[in-house]
Design a binder for this molecule. Structure first.
Ligand code: CA
Length: 255
């Protein structure tokens, strides 16, 4: 098996497809393209890609549905590319399982930056089973402070990328894992939404990158998805406590 990461571009517009293919190839991916939603879902099943760029407006099934279908079997990093600018579309996209979005026309360096931030995160557990622990240990070396956490019946291991709740393993996306880890790490200290956006971009410090209201809303949507998967309650949280107007923090320990 080749070491190269696999990228899948699902896009019906030829010019954009080729642009995205170029960006991913330059970032070191083995790239395959699909020009319809159905073909994209099938290809994702066969290739088990690490990264998928997904056009929202496809000729057969729309990008939301494609994302939902892919999420049933894949934890690939999904970036939605949308020509529409309505915030609502973006949020529906994230609710359907996408990790991130870019509005067309986008700058290639913007896409490169998102992909680069994703690549600095370790791979998921199923991937590790194929390539034992290599990526995870590299990342653990880069981030020695990111270890293991245990809180109210939830266990997280950064090195093995696993989360269990009362002994049951959770199937989280990379983005959800990263957000959960950020809260466990901060303990009862509040993480602002801007903090969490920076964390997802893998910026350890405030380097002055622009964070829009939509970026902060996207954190809310990912937190909502995470909450659903964990079975956590917004009213009586075991883990994810909302601090209204500010951000999130870890719920108090149970006694
Ligand atoms: Ca299109």
């Amino acid at each position: 098996m080749s070491d190269a990461r696999v990228g899948l571009v699902i896009e019906d517009d030829h010019d954009i497809r080729e642009l995205v293919r170029t960006v991913l190839t330059q970032a070191g991916f083995d790239v395959t393209v699909a020009s319809s939603g159905a073909e994209g879902v099938l290809t994702a099943k066969t290739l088990n890609p690490d990264v998928i760029t997904l056009d929202l407006g496809l000729p057969d099934i729309d990008g939301f549905e494609v994302s939902r279908q892919i999420r049933e079997f894949s934890d690939a990093y999904i970036v939605m590319l949308t020509a529409r600018t309505e915030e609502l579309d973006t949020l529906i996209g994230l609710e359907s399982g996408a990790d991130d979005y870019l509005t067309k026309p986008f700058r290639p360096r913007e896409l490169r930056a998102r992909i680069a931030a994703m690549m600095r995160r370790p791979r998921s557990v199923p991937d590790q089973a194929e390539a034992p622990g290599i990526e995870a240990s590299v990342d653990a070396a880069a981030h020695p402070e990111r270890g293991n956490y245990s809180h109210n019946g939830l266990e997280l291991s950064y090195a093995s990328r696993t989360v269990t709740v009362d002994g049951t393993e959770m199937n989280l996306t990379r983005t959800e894992f990263e957000l959960l880890h950020a809260l466990l790490e901060a303990g009862r200290t509040v993480r602002t939404k801007a903090d969490l956006v920076r964390r997802l971009r893998d910026e350890d410090y405030d380097v002055g990158g622009y964070i829009s209201e939509a970026d902060e809303r996207s954190v809310e949507v990912h937190m909502g998805n995470l909450r659903k998967k964990l079975g956590d309650s917004p009213q009586k949280p075991r883990w994810l406590q909302t601090v209204r107007g500010v951000g999130y923090r870890l719920a108090p320990g149970e006694h």
